[in-house]
Each structure stands twice: as C-alpha cells, then as structure tokens.
Design a binder for this molecule. Structure first.
Ligand code: ADP
Ligand code: MG
Length: 758
C-alpha cells in the first residue's frame, strides 16, 4: 500500500504499472489466470502461400509461433538516416493515409501514407493492398521494411504494426527502441510477416506457463518466461533480446541437467552393485607391492575416487578421461582387481583386436607373476579366438574359474555368461554403440542358488582418450561422474611441435627425419587420403567435418593437392627416403596386411610407417621419434593432438612436424600447447557455427536456445540449481516444482528413460 498524493485514501499499485487502485477497485479488478490450452489453438494465417510457409517452419499453433524465437534483432533506422536505394527497417507512426488509383490495368489502388519519427517525415508507398487504409489509421505505429528513394519516398516491401501502448514496445521515434526482431524465415514467409503474426498474438503471452519457481527466478535473477519471450519478440532496450534468450536458455539447460540427474538416480534405485569395500583386497595390495612405478597424482586421485565408488551399493558410472599414455589401464586394473579380490569377476572391452591385445599385454606385464602370491586367472577373448579355446573360456567365465577377461565385442555375444561380473571397463567408449555398452552393463551377477531377488549390476568405468572440456562433458555426459588424468607419467618426454611451410622448410624437415633414422630411430608420415583423387573423408582417414566439407566444396581430393598414403609411399621410396624400409598402413587394407605392416614397424624392420589416421589408436612404438603430418590443416586440433601422441613414448626426445600454413590458428595452438584438455577447450572455442557440422554428435547442437560453449557459465548454474532442486525434492512433487516436472516430461520425456549417452 502506498499513499497516493492525488487521492485521500490509501491505494495499491496495480502489478507492474503505476496505476493506483483503491480498495473497492481492487476487489472489482478482474483476476486473470494463464490458460495454457489457448496456446494450442490453431494459428490463423491469411493467404495460402503464407500458410504453407508457416507450415514448413512447423508453426501451426499460437504456442508454436510464440516459441519461434528471433535469430537476432536488427537495428531500425531513423527516417533521417535512410539512404536512397538501401533496404532498411524503420519504426514510424502514421500521420495521414489514403489510397490512389493506379492507371495501369490490373493494378489495385496504391496506398500512400505520411509517416514520421522523431527525426523526420517521409512518404511511404504500399502496392496492391488497398485495405491498409482501414487497417493503419492515423496514429498507428508501424515497422516498415523497404527501400528509400532520393525524393523522400519509401517503397514498403514488408510491414508490421508496432506496439500501440505508449512507452511499450516500439515507440515510434521516441528513440527508446530501434531494435526489430528478425526471424528465421522460409519460402513464402518473411521475417516481417512473422513479426506481424507475433504481434497479433501478443495477448497470448499471458497464457505462457511459468516452469521455474519464484525461488529459482529470484536466486538466478531471471525474468519470468512470458517476459523473456516478450523481450525477444519486442525488444525495447538493446540488451533485451539477450536477457530474454538467457532466461530461456537457462530453463533449457536446467531441464537437461534434471534429466541427467534423475536418470542417474533412477538407475541407482533400480539395481544395486556388489559392495567392494575391503581396501585390503587385491587392488590395494597390488598398488603397494606390485606396481613397477609410482602413480601420478591424477592416477592416485582417480583410484581413490573409484575405490569409494565401488565400495557403494549404487553401481558406479564413471567416465575416465586421459590421453593415450596417461596411464588409464593402471587405473582400470585397480578397479578390476578390487572385484577379483572380493571373489568376483572383471571385464575390459576394447573396440579393436589390436587394442584388446595391447591391454591384455599391459595387464599381464603389470600383474607380473601375480599379486602377493595370488595368481590371477586372466584371458583374452576376441573374434579370432579359436573355437575350442573360446568354449573353454566361456565355461570358465560361467563357473567363475576365470577372474579377469579382456576382449572385444566378443565379450557381449549372447552366449557369454559371467558368474559374478562386478566391474566392467569399456575402453574408447565412444567407439561402441549405446546398445553395446549397455549390453556389457547388463551382464549381471548370476546367483543360481539364491532366491530370485534383485540382481546386481556391474560397476562401470568408461574410458576415453579424448579430453572432453567440462562444458561438453556436462552437456553430453551429464549423468556420468568424471575423472581426468592430465599429467603424463614421469619420464615421458615432451613432444616438440613445429609448423613446416613451403618447399624449403619441407626439405629441411625431411632432412631432420633422415637424421633420426640414421640414429636408429623410426618415424611416421601421416597423409589425409588413402588413394590419390579420392574424395577426402571417404576413406578411413576420419578427418574433421570442416576438412570434409572443404574438400567437397573444392571437388575431388587429388585436385586439392592432398597427399595420399599409397602415392606418398612410392614417392618417398624413390625420393626423400630412398634406401629406407617403408611400410604402408591404411583402412582400405585387409586385416592381415595391416597386421603385417604394424608388425614390421613395431619390430623395427620398417623404419618409416606411411599411414592415414588409422594409427590414431593402437600403436605403441617407443623407438618412433618423428611424426610428419602432411596437409595438417585438414585435420582437427584434437585429432592432431591424438596423432602426435604416437611419438614421445620412449626415452628419446621426439618431435611432430605439421606441414601447413603458418597462419593457421589451429596449428599454432598445437605448437604452443601440450595439454590435451587445454587444446580441446581451444578447439571448442575456435569452432564457428558453419564449421560445426558434427554438432549433434559433439553434443553441442542439441539445444534450441542455449549456445555452447558461450553459455558454459549458465550451464554450470543450471547444473548446480538442478542438484539443489533434486536434493530437496527428488520427484519434483512439491507445488513449487510441479510445473517443472510437467515441462520436463513434455520436452524430454523420452530422454529421461534413455541409456548412457554415446
Ligand atoms: P593409456 O591406456 O592411458 O593410453 P596406459 O595405461 O596403457 O595408458 O599406460 C601407458 C604406459 O605407461 C604403460 O606401459 C604403463 O605401464 C605406463 N605407465 C602407466 N602409469 C605410469 C606411471 N605412473 N609411471 C610410469 N609409467 C606408467
Ligand atoms: Mg590405453
């Protein structure tokens, strides 16, 4: 209540206005509740062409229209600033309007209006729409889009009513607003036509449902949903569109984080896992006595976190990120030994036979002759395991005789049954399908003697060598816990990375390479293509999307001067690397040929491996000290970083030579930074919209309003808010959160029941 100097009695201010209401007036004032059903009304659209256009945009109801957000807002010009011949939008008011007959046959009368803003007056002409005389009487505020001529005339191509109420919306010439919402349009419908329709439905904003509680809005300092939409459609201040967008983006991010967190909670509630709580079990003993080196700090932290995870009855779902060579296998082995030490089983699944074989070798080497006198029965199961051996392994997995198994997809074939699988590790998890990963998680403990009660799910550790920036991890793997290994193990040599541009520098680079070979070292030469004249990206090279489009745009690969592995091999054999043994490796080769090439390089018989990016994973040759990458700007930052991780794996100093333009920001970043996480962040920041072909896969393009990585901070806020909301009200049952629950089901109902994302 305030005292109104103009009135004798006390009065109340009407909400969001300066109008003063007496007690009696207050009682009389109509109460208005939102009626969301009105948003479902079909949109009335004049004209067949326009209707088709709106339909192609998917805009059929009033609600659809209000949610069709402007892509940006365009500055409106003042009348004075118009230049002849230029397309522009102006916000004006009508002073006088009238129709005039046109002599040409078939033409309807044209409409001429005198319009003005604070800076001047002009004559606006509308063709073929005589009814506008009635629709836009003197005093109407208008948004006009069209072309000015040199004589104070303006030919209107599109028009929309401005806002009627003074000080609200577009105030013609008041200087208060000169921003006009601009919409994604389509064939048959322009942005200004959409604006006209939005204007006509402005009243429906009152029916928009507010999903955020007042407490959340106050805490995050966000406007309500209707105001946010109004701020985007009808900006009054330059910052309005962004303020509105931010609010809508927050809601969107909050909903996805709620889905992640609830999905995680649901999974935990559904099944329990074996409680591996005894820290004296094999894992710990192995760390204390069996490990031939000291753990890095990151490894220690990851192991401690995992030890706590597997000691709980809730199944672990953790993503372990660490570059190649950062020592993930050691961490995974610890988790697996915790299972074995508790009398249960563990499995590690890798995407290729080579990787599985490598893990198996690493594990055998790390376990040596057992842990504290305890021999651990291990086996390798892949597609090429002989039938007899496979039968034997399956029997022993089933009986529990076999404790630890490493393998490929062969591990999830239907006839593979575990006795008591308590820890499952998936390496290079993104290379498996959702179903494949879930399949390993469903290899539950079998308890034929016990009652048919709830069964146990294994603790899951997902591993990836791709460093994922936190923003991306939250947006995409929000229902996994994450651990990262940043540090490389002690004794690892930093890799010197340099750009090589032009023929002279390239000749020098090959000389460097030959010096290393002469000293007994080995080298990789990486090319973007397999065959000459092949289209980039069609082979196994797995180049970045940017490179693929660039390649396509410019025609066939050969014409781009891209190097192909097979041709390069021949060229080098008789050129720069004459006299050395060269091996060829690419995805077009048969498995046996690949195997031979890798064996030749690993044994040192071949001094140089000329390859496509198939070497990204799966090769560990410590004697290789040089990597030369042709057409380096054709690859993505992360991919190049991953590639160069193939060198610097032994005791010798190593280098990576990137053949490409000095001006490339991506290549410069690689030369400057060694930390993959840092590079991943730079990569994310440097990507532009047009370049983001793979946005959907990268998890960035899944949002309608939010923009990542720009909205990273907003994402953090949304995550924290989602956690706080669910901590107090896990089922979203309180009146405060009921509408949030409705929005969640409407927007993301299906996702709420989805498995762990890919
Ligand atoms: P990743 O799976 O992350 O690529 P691995 O676990 O295979 O890495 O480790 C690569 C190599 O480094 C292995 O030979 C491993 O034994 C060794 N290694 C792992 N951790 C350490 C450490 N802390 N100190 C020294 N060597 C380590
Ligand atoms: Mg590994």
């Amino acid at each position: 209540m305030v005292r109104d100097p103009g009135r004798s009695s006390e009065c109340s201010l009407a909400f969001a206005s300066t109008e003063c209401l007496s007690h009696a007036e207050l009682i009389e004032a109509p109460v208005r509740w939102p009626r969301p059903s009105r948003l479902q009304r079909e949109l009335e659209v004049p004209g067949k062409k326009l209707r088709a256009g709106m339909q192609s945009l998917g805009l059929e109801t009033v609600g659809d229209l209000l949610e069709h957000l402007p892509s940006d807002s365009r500055e409106a010009r003042t009348v004075k600033a118009l230049r002849a011949g230029e397309q522009a939008t102006v916000a004006v008011q009508v002073r006088a309007i009238g129709a005039r007959a046109v002599r040409r046959r078939g033409m309807r009368p044209l409409v001429e209006a005198t319009v003005f803003d604070a800076t001047g007056t002009m004559r606006a002409t509308f063709f073929n729409q005589p009814w506008l005389v009635e629709r836009y009487p003197a005093g109407t505020r208008l948004l006009l889009h069209g072309k000015a001529d040199a004589r104070g005339g303006f030919t209107v191509s599109h028009h929309a009513p401005g806002s009627e109420t003074g000080g609200d919306g577009v105030a013609a010439g008041s200087g208060e607003s000169d921003a006009v919402a601009h919409y994604p349009a389509a064939e048959g419908v322009t942005s200004t036509q959409i604006l006209t329709l939005v204007h006509a439905q402005r009243g429906a904003l009152a029916d928009v449902v507010e999903a955020l509680s007042a407490a959340t809005r106050v805490a995050e300092r966000l406007p309500d949903r209707a105001s946010a939409l109004a701020a985007m459609h009808f900006p009054r201040l330059p910052q309005d569109p962004e303020t509105g967008r931010r609010r809508l983006a927050f809601e969107e991010l909050l909903l996805t984080q709620l889905v992640f967190l609830r999905r995680r909670a649901a999974r935990r509630a559904r099944t329990g896992a074996a409680v591996l709580a005894d820290r004296d079990a094999l894992g710990e003993r192995w760390l204390a006595h069996g490990l031939p080196f000291e753990l890095t700090g990151d490894q220690r932290r990851a192991i401690d976190t995992i030890a706590a995870d597997v000691a709980r009855i809730a199944p672990m779902q953790r993503l372990l990120m660490g570059e190649v060579g950062s020592g993930k296998t050691v961490v995974a082995l610890y988790a697996m030994l915790q299972a074995v030490g508790h009398g249960r089983q563990a499995a590690l699944m890798a995407p290729t036979e080579t990787l599985a074989e490598q893990h198996f070798a690493t594990i055998q080497q790390l376990l040596g002759s057992g842990v504290g006198g305890h021999l651990i029965s291990t086996a390798l199961l892949t597609g090429s395991t002989p039938a007899r051996r496979r039968r034997d392994i399956l029997a022993k997995l089933n009986s529990g005789e076999l404790s630890l198994i490493v393998g490929t997809h062969a591990l999830i074939e239907p006839d593979v049954a575990f006795d008591a699988l308590a820890v499952a590790v998936i390496d290079e998890q993104h290379r498996f399908g959702v179903r494949q990963r879930a399949a390993l998680g469903e290899r539950e403990e079998r308890d034929p003697t016990g009652p048919p009660g709830p069964r146990l799910a294994p603790h899951m550790l997902h591993m990836t060598a791709t460093p994922i920036p936190r923003t991306l991890a939250l947006a995409r793997y929000g229902d996994l816990d994450t651990s990262a290994l940043h540090e490389l193990p002690r004794g690892r040599q930093p890799i010197e990375t340099r750009l090589v541009s032009g023929e002279a520098e390239r000749a020098q680079a090959y000389e460097e390479l030959r010096r290393e070979l002469a000293a007994g070292r080995q080298a990789y030469v990486v090319c973007p293509l397999i065959e000459e004249a092949e289209e980039p990206g069609t082979g196994d090279s797995g180049m970045g999307a940017a490179a693929r489009t660039a390649g396509r745009a410019a025609g066939a690969g050969g014409g781009l001067g891209l190097r192909a592995a097979s041709a390069e091999l021949l060229r080098l054999r008789s050129g720069e690397l004459a006299g050395y043994e060269l091996a060829l490796l690419h995805g077009g080769m048969r498995p046996r040929e690949k195997h031979e090439a890798m064996a030749a390089f690993a044994s040192g018989r071949a001094a140089v491996l000329v390859a496509t990016t198939v070497i990204e994973v799966g090769i560990d040759v410590p004697n290789a000290t040089v990597m030369l990458i042709e057409n380096a700007e054709r690859f993505g930052i992360s991919q190049l970083h991953q590639l160069r991780g193939r060198v610097g794996r032994g005791e010798h100093r190593s280098r990576c030579l990137l053949v490409g333009a000095q001006s490339s920001g991506r290549l410069q970043a690689l030369a400057r930074h060694a930390d993959g996480f840092r590079l991943a962040e730079i990569d994310l920041a440097m990507r532009k919209e047009g370049e983001l072909i793979g946005t959907r896969q990268s998890g960035l393009g899944q949002f309608r309003v939010a923009r990542l990585p720009d909205d990273a901070q907003l994402l953090e806020l949304a995550r924290a808010r989602a956690e706080a909301i669910l901590a107090g009200d896990p089922e979203l049952r309180s009146p405060d959160h009921a509408l949030l629950g409705v929005a969640l089901e409407r927007e993301l109902g299906a996702q709420a029941r989805a498995p762990i994302p890919a």
